[in-house]
Design a binder for this molecule. Structure first.
Ligand SMILES: [Zn+2]
Length: 202
């Protein structure tokens, strides 16, 4: 599995529950975890969080890059080169990345480059709630248990102290979105995470 996030907490917010669910299963999961923009304290947060979240992975590789937060489109050539380099190293069965229509410029570019780079792969695009209000009905759901939903919230609080002053970084926001996706997918626990699956080859 290849998991790509623009910033240090994106993957945990967008698909932390899904990863915890899949990693708790019997099938061994090999994870490459990529964060493009994490500088200073945020880089160490990203590393500590990834190592806790991926504790049950059969194998894991964590790649933390130093692109400038908020300016990813202005670093296009370097970002494209970064993805090309990654392509030579990873051939995943599943890719978790940002939604192609996310209103955050860094998120959108990561989604663009994901689709540019891997063309024979299952790509699932996760959701990030935000000020711009860009959520749109998803079409792929992963039910998560109530205990994993709460573990995700506790994990975000514990590992991303640098974000605690942000008004949107509140456990109830993330729990609420999982509740909503739980209703839509008739999740037995009432919780789910959701994705945009633009293209499926069966
Ligand atoms: Zn982000």
């Amino acid at each position: 599995m290849l998991c790509i996030g623009a910033h240090s907490d994106d993957l945990e917010i967008g698909c932390g529950g899904t990863l915890l669910t899949w990693l708790a299963g019997a099938r061994p999961v090999d994870v490459t975890w990529v964060v493009l923009s994490a500088e200073g304290a945020r880089a160490s947060e990203a590393r500590r969080s990834a190592s806790a979240l991926l504790a049950r992975a059969a194998a894991r590789r964590v790649v933390i890059a130093g692109f400038r937060d908020g300016y990813l489109p202005a670093q296009f050539a370097d970002a494209k080169g970064f993805f090309e380099d990654l392509k030579r190293k990873v051939d995943p069965e599943i890719i978790l990345t940002h939604w192609l229509h996310d209103r955050h410029q860094d998120h959108r570019l990561v989604a663009d480059l994901t689709w540019n780079t891997w063309r024979n792969h299952l790509v699932l695009e996760y959701e990030i709630p935000k000020y711009e209000g860009d959520l749109s009905p998803p079409n792929a759901y992963v039910p998560v248990s109530a205990s994993i939903a709460r573990r995700k919230i506790n994990h975000l609080r514990r590992y991303f102290a640098s974000q605690s002053s942000k008004d949107w970084f509140i456990g109830e926001n993330f729990l609420g979105l999982m509740r909503l996706r739980g209703i839509e997918s008739r999740s037995p626990s009432g919780f789910a995470e959701a994705f945009h699956a633009r293209k499926l080859v069966l």
